[in-house]
Design a binder for this molecule. Structure first.
Ligand code: SAM
Length: 336
């Protein structure tokens, strides 16, 4: 097995694959209706990588050292027959872990099928428990109960579940404590995600970010927390445990404490473009390579060439200026 490293010595170990650019939510901070409205043109089916193409790329990346793959989107559960893809991916020798990030709205129906296909873990995004607030954030009429049922079904099916909550000032700060209490009681890990300046559509600025430090201070007033050592180098979440329990709460601090120096992740968008950073401006087109008859070895060489020239450390260098002026791709396209 080869290990390839980039210009800053970071190995390629994780791969996020977006399987679709569509979503059934219109979260105001991610896919606002004013931009992703009825007239928005999503990718036609033939532009999406096929399952065979995804499997082939996944195998190539595993041969190059990738050990973890996470499927995302858009909303990955909107991709027809997703369990078939998962089953195929589990058969790749050397791949140790497959995860899925979902808004949970379709998880109730899908959990058992996903587990049967070999999925181990699912991260469910949920930004509020309050019905009215949740509906105003997702802007698509979906109630939190539906996501909570999805979470329950996923647990019943034997999937490991974590919940991710993006915290944005003025949007859902009031939900920080209710979310912690709810998931603590059920023994489910909750992670707070700092609102990031991905894409061009979400009107980001620093004043809308609630940092880990601020959330932590608030949590400490209600709960007794102890820190948990990272499970491996490059673990993204800063982890804590409610003292006396095994239940964790964590933080994804991509704004206040960036983690570029240990970022080992590549991303493939639904149309087969590879990105070496969530905040990238430019991708590398693998779909074209796959469809033009290139051999696995040739595609491998192309991946190695892109990764070994990687210098990205956007979050380390972020300023209000760079956040505004850079033309970044959208989260729904690159896959969160
Ligand atoms: N539809 C799936 C879901 O909801 O989990 C997968 C894609 S979604 C883009 C992945 C995650 O990115 C979600 O948890 C979403 O809340 C998060 N996200 C989107 N825009 C974000 C932003 N500007 N800052 C932080 N997280 C964001």
């Amino acid at each position: 097995m080869s290990v390839i490293t980039d210009k800053l010595g970071r190995p390629l170990k994780d791969l996020r694959i977006s399987v679709i650019d569509r979503c059934n939510f219109r979260c105001t901070y991610c896919m606002p209706k004013e931009i992703f409205g009825r007239d928005f043109i999503f990718m036609p089916k033939e532009q999406l990588l096929s399952f065979e193409e995804i499997e082939r790329l996944a195998q190539i990346y595993v041969d190059l050292g990738v050990r973890k793959i996470r499927l995302t989107g858009g909303e990955p559960l909107l991709r027809r027959d997703l369990p078939t893809l998962i089953k195929k991916l589990t058969e790749i020798d050397g791949l140790e872990d497959i995860g899925l990030t979902t808004n949970g709205s379709l998880l109730g129906h899908m959990a058992e099928k996903l587990k049967a296909a070999g999925l181990q873990r699912v991260n469910v995004s949920l930004d509020a428990l309050d019905e009215e607030l949740f509906q105003s954030i997702n802007d698509s009429g979906i109630k939190p109960e539906r996501v909570l049922t999805g979470i329950e079904k996923a647990k019943e099916a034997g999937l490991e579940v974590k919940v991710n909550m993006v915290v944005k000032k003025g949007m859902n700060d009031k939900e920080i404590i209710p979310m912690a209490a709810y998931f603590k009681e059920r023994g489910i890990a909750l992670r707070y995600i700092e609102f990031m300046d991905v894409g061009q559509s979400n009107g980001w600025d620093f004043s809308k970010v609630i940092t880990k430090k601020q959330i932590f201070e608030e949590l400490k007033q209600h709960f007794d927390l102890e820190s948990v050592e990272p499970a491996y180098l490059g673990e993204v979440a800063k982890r804590y445990r409610y003292r006396g329990t095994n239940t964790e709460v964590g933080f994804i601090t991509s704004v206040s404490e960036s983690f570029c120096s240990t970022c080992t992740r590549a991303r493939i968008a639904a149309d087969g473009k590879m990105y070496t950073c969530l905040f990238a401006e430019k991708g590398f087109d693998y779909r074209e390579m796959l469809r033009s008859g290139m051999s696995d070895e040739e595609i491998k060489d192309a991946v190695v060439s892109v990764w070994s020239n990687r210098t990205d450390r956007y979050s380390d260098e972020r300023t209000e200026e760079s956040a505004k002026n850079r033309s970044k791709i959208e989260m729904s396209y690159i896959g969160g």
